[in-house]
Ligand binder design. Structure first.
Ligand SMILES: Cc1ncc(COP(=O)(O)O)c(C=O)c1O
Length: 316
């Protein structure tokens, strides 16, 4: 058992030599870039196409160079809730095999998928088991964020290097937490089914709520527990400005989307309010009790009414 952020860090440190390039998708969970840079690597972002966050195979394949060493894949995806499709996974696997690259996967949301979509690990595709390091953790599946207990599953050669590096970074995850992890991981299938169902109903609740106050929801999350929603067209605020108001006036916290973006698409158009699409998304987390979500709903509705005036009109 490893601690989670160190499991990504040890995986990148195992695979990457200084100057190696690592392909990852944009928007992206923020931790990867730091891990790549600490190992001396260079992040190469491939933009996913809004509003459905689709992977353009040509853009992805063209991002490879002679220095590409690995691809980092997070599916289900933070912040968008995208679950990479079988076709997209085949594109990624095909490129890794052809270019002799490793894949490091972050599968922490593997048990949280919606609409009968099943998570597929990249490692299960032909040719990938021997070149994939799977990382995951207890925190999302067993609601123990903060325990920082996770693991890496890798071919033997890499596994021993991971152990070696990890022990020098953090020693090990605390022993009692490892015992608890064993119990948790032996949970019956009904546990995972119930988790999925409960999150799916929270997903539906939050989509309804956020759409109801005028946010543009062109993509409904298919996994993880975030809604990445576009600000209403008539809000003249950027994501950061909106979140500041949300905290100050409503006491509700969300994350401005811009922190997850690292690239701009060449085809990018400015939004109606004159800023780039990367400044128009808000990430709402719905891993909260129904009572907390209902309280937040009330506050959001009040803020939305107030902002209707500030922004010169009611939401669409
Ligand atoms: C994509 C992703 N990977 C990893 C983590 C970290 O997991 P842990 O809580 O086990 O440290 C998070 C937490 O937000 C996450 O969203």
């Amino acid at each position: 058992m490893l601690q989670f952020p160190p499991s990504i860090l040890t995986s990148t440190s195992t695979v990457i030599d200084p100057g190696d390039e690592v392909v990852l998708f944009d928007p992206s969970y923020e931790t990867y870039e730091g891990c790549i840079r600490m190992a001396g690597g260079i992040p190469v972002y491939v933009a996913l196409e809004p509003p459905h966050w689709t992977l353009d195979p040509d853009r992805f394949i063209n991002s490879f160079t002679a220095r590409t060493k690995a691809v980092i894949l997070n599916s289900p995806h933070n912040p968008t809730g995208k679950v990479f499709t079988k076709d997209e996974l085949e594109t990624i696997a095909g490129a890794c095999c052809r270019r002799d690259c490793m894949a490091i996967t972050d599968e922490v949301y593997e048990h949280i998928t919606y609409d009968n979509i099943k998570h597929i690990s990249l490692a299960s595709l032909p040719g990938m088991q021997e070149r994939t390091i799977i990382t995951s953790s207890l925190s999302k599946t067993f609601s123990v964020t903060g325990w920082r207990v996770g693991w890496a599953i890798a071919p033997a050669f890499f596994a021993s290097a991971i152990r070696n590096i990890h022990i020098k970074i953090t020693d090990s995850a605390p022993a009692p937490f490892q015992e608890a992890a064993l119990t948790a991981l032996r949970s019956p299938p009904e546990y995972f089914e119930k988790l999925r169902r409960e999150y799916e109903s929270k997903r539906d609740y939050i989509v309804h709520l956020i759409a109801g106050i005028g946010f543009q929801i062109k993509f409904k999350p298919r996994g993880a527990f975030f809604l990445f929603a576009e600000l209403p067209e008539n809000y003249l605020l950027s994501d950061v400005e909106y979140v500041k108001e949300l905290i100050k006036q409503a006491g509700v916290v969300a994350v401005p989307g811009c922190g997850f973006f690292h690239t701009t698409l060449s085809t990018e158009k400015l939004s109606q309010v004159g800023c780039s699409y990367q400044e128009r998304y808000i990430r709402f987390a719905f891993c909260k009790s129904s009572a907390t979500l209902a309280a937040a709903a009330q506050k959001l509705a009040e803020l939305s009414d107030a902002m209707g005036c500030v922004t010169g009109g009611k939401n669409a």
